[in-house]
Write a protein that binds this ligand. Structure first.
Ligand code: ADP
Length: 255
């Protein structure tokens, strides 16, 4: 199941990147087509050879535009479906999966205050994000260690407007990152894990999810001591009637 999840996540991230590139590329092609049409109008109608060349260019650009439309349709499947969810319940529902991913030498501790407000997030994507962070932490602790998850409320976050947020902190006791690695860690395709081991898409996907969800991500790290990943997500006002409180999610990952 883990391997499938990673495949799903790779596809998600590729989908997001594809969507962005396809969109920009489509805009460029539209500009090219516009220029070609103007050129066509100003051309010598007797010059059949030039006309054929421009026709070819127009057809090529049209085919390219049709292709970007298909890519955009593919990327749009990645639209987020935010739900109201309690972080503690989400993490509890994933505990087994997380423990399996971390292996026997990494201890997992999670503590969330009972009055922590629920967050607005696409639950599936959020679970993938947490799994990514856990796997990164594991990879940074080959000799074992601990990963700690906790949450608190925050009135702001990095580059976020003032508001009500939940800050989720994922801290490990691993190798940490030097400054150069830390600066590049969230870039798509940046990895220090070597071919076949890392895709370099994990943190960029998590950061993308935070940004699209109205939140933020910040990394801090001390080489030799460990890494802390802070996630900010918009909090939703706690629901008044207990009957309306969000139910803890079903574990989504079958063994
Ligand atoms: P990948 O895990 O495939 O390499 P990521 O985008 O998740 O891709 O991470 C990029 C890089 O950031 C990693 O290769 C690693 O060098 C560094 N990194 C990420 N998380 C941690 C962590 N918890 N501790 C130390 N280094 C980390």
């Amino acid at each position: 199941a883990l391997a499938q999840l990673f495949e799903a996540q790779k596809l998600d991230t590729i989908g997001q990147l594809t969507g962005g590139v396809a969109h920009d590329f489509n805009n460029l092609l539209m500009a090219v087509l516009g220029s070609l049409e103007l050129l066509e109008k100003r051309m010598d109608p007797e010059d059949a050879r030039a006309r054929r060349l421009v026709d070819n260019a127009v057809q090529g650009a049209r085919r390219g535009a049709a292709l970007t439309q298909r890519l955009l349709a593919f990327a749009r499947r990645q639209e987020l479906r935010p739900e109201t969810a309690a972080v503690a319940g989400l993490v509890e529902g994933m505990r087994e999966l997380l423990e399996r991913a971390l292996g026997p030498s990494v201890r997992l501790a999670a503590a969330f205050p009972p009055d922590l407000p629920p967050i607005r997030i696409d639950v599936n994507q959020f679970e993938l994000a947490l799994l990514n962070l856990a796997v990164n932490a594991r990879d940074a602790m080959p000799g074992g260690g601990a990963i700690t998850l906790d949450g608190s409320t925050a009135a702001d976050g990095p580059d976020l407007p003032p508001g009500a947020y939940v800050r989720i902190r994922v801290a490990d006791t691993g190798a940490g990152m030097d400054e150069a690695t830390l600066a590049k860690a969230t870039e798509p395709f940046f990895t220090t894990k070597g071919p076949g081991k890392g895709t370099g898409l994990g943190l960029s996907m998590v950061q993308g999810l935070m940004a699209q969800s109205g939140g933020a991500l910040r990394l801090s790290s001390v080489p030799g001591r460990g890494t802390t990943v802070d996630l900010w997500l918009p909090a939703t006002p706690a629901l008044a009637a207990p009957a309306l409180a969000p139910a803890p999610p079903e574990p989504r990952f079958a063994a």
